[in-house]
Design a protein around this ligand. Structure first.
Ligand SMILES: [Zn+2]
Length: 425
């Protein structure tokens, strides 16, 4: 036991010198040159993953509407807190609640597990710090030793230009608007009219070229929130017919056929431009979704067909983390990514990383990404991730699986170097 504790400590210490890559973040407003967003304690708890547990415990699902006051510079924290706090008490067992306490303790000196009248003082401190954004968010990146953050904030196919200039911040862009046939997105990207599927594909080409010119480091798809992530092969004439009739005039089955076709077109362009493709698999944030839509094994045909594309399989596919691991084991171009999983379930994360390290080359595992809008949440997540990685590695060393030296090498690889290699930083 003592040996284990010392080893974990050594690995944690070693990790302090590693250049960390944060694989996945949604920090947008807090990183805008002019940050419009204030953050108080009710918002701190609600904007993020905990909201889904609160809703699951009975909080009305439209509760977040109350937070409009934070964009208007008004103070209605008292009202928000009184509505929220009965539900907070009901979720204190979940990790989404507990990991936020790490941030409150380390960054604000708040030592308790629950909240009394002291919430107001804490709330004011959070609000004061976040008024200084983007500087506050950037100072937390310094504190965390993060070398690169891959931001996923561009739904429109183009990197956001509102973000503060900082060499650590890089962006992936989403082409999901093209895949879904969202004409509003496409019109915003292109002046000329789109009369045919060929025009549409030209627009996709132009968008890829422009996104790369503007520094996009990869493509992201989050369609597992909206549909099954199985994308069958579709001949062009079928997609053309549907496009000509108009996507709003066809059945949902036909719309899916069109989307399937477009996903393959996006993969082809990822190959042409050498862009890694991040794909959401597994648990969807929020409530009321269908988990079986998001099984990573549905991606098998894409991964097999587009060998030049590096597929970054998100969230370890949780709860299908074994399946995600098998994909990374089978295919040289598949990578398994533990972003977000650390604070979904530390137990699952430990188990997943433990198994992945047995079956997948360590060069194909990405250990961590915060996946947050609020910078303090990312701080908490990284602290937890480091603990978990150190525990898993220390256990392997004690077990005689590999040496301490190898444990250090793995830590360096999975916390940063793999991402540098794959994303070409
Ligand atoms: Zn995300």
């Amino acid at each position: 036991m003592e040996k284990m504790i010392q080893l974990k400590k050594d690995i944690l210490e070693y990790m302090e010198c590693i250049k960390i890559v944060d694989h996945h973040e949604h920090m947008w407003e807090v990183l805008f040159k002019d940050c419009p967003r204030e953050i108080d304690l009710p918002f701190f708890f609600t904007r993020g993953y905990l909201e889904s547990d609160l809703v699951s415990a009975g909080l009305p699902s439209n509760f977040s509407k109350v937070f409009s006051y934070l964009l208007e510079g008004k103070d209605r924290s008292e009202e928000a807190w009184s509505q929220l706090s009965p539900y907070l008490k009901r979720v204190k067992n979940t990790v989404y609640y507990q990991y936020l306490l790490i941030a409150l303790r380390d960054l604000y000196g708040y030592e308790h597990e629950e909240f009394g009248d002291d919430w107001r003082e804490l709330s004011e401190k959070i609000r004061a710090n976040n008024r200084k954004n983007p500087q506050w968010a950037l100072s937390l990146l310094d504190k965390m030793g993060i070398r690169r953050v891959i931001l996923d904030i561009a739904d429109t196919g183009m990197p956001s230009e509102k973000i503060v200039k900082d060499e650590r911040l890089v962006q992936v862009v989403r082409m999901d608007g093209f895949i879904m046939g969202d004409m509003n997105v496409i019109r915003a990207l292109r002046d000329e009219p789109i009369r045919s599927l060929d025009d549409y594909l030209d627009a996709l080409d132009e968008t890829f070229e422009k996104a790369v010119r503007k520094g996009a480091v990869g493509i992201k798809s989050g369609l597992a929130y909206q549909r099954i992530i199985e994308y069958r092969e579709v001949p062009k004439y079928k997609a053309e017919r549907i496009f000509t009739v108009g996507l709003s005039n066809v059945s949902s089955g036909e719309r899916r056929v069109f989307q399937d076709f477009m996903m393959h077109e996006v993969c082809k362009r990822c190959a042409e431009h050498g862009l890694p493709f991040q794909i959401h698999t597994g648990i969807q944030a929020g409530n009321f979704n269908t988990i079986s839509n998001a099984n990573p094994t549905y991606l098998t045909n894409l991964i097999r067909k587009y060998r030049e594309v590096k597929f970054d399989i998100f969230h370890g596919g949780y709860p299908y983390f074994r399946e995600a691991g098998i994909l990374a084991k089978y295919f040289p171009n598949a990578y398994v990514d533990g972003c977000w999983l650390t604070h979904i379930s530390p137990s699952a994360y430990r188990e997943a990383l433990n198994e992945w390290l047995e079956i997948v080359p360590a060069t194909k595992i990405f250990a961590w990404g915060g996946d947050h809008e609020i910078p303090e949440h990312t701080y908490a997540s990284l602290k937890l991730a480091k603990e978990l990685v150190a525990e898993v590695l220390a256990f392997k060393v004690i077990d005689g699986r590999f040496s301490k030296k190898t444990a250090y090498w793995i830590a360096e690889r999975i916390m940063g170097k793999n991402a540098e290699e794959v994303y070409g930083f």
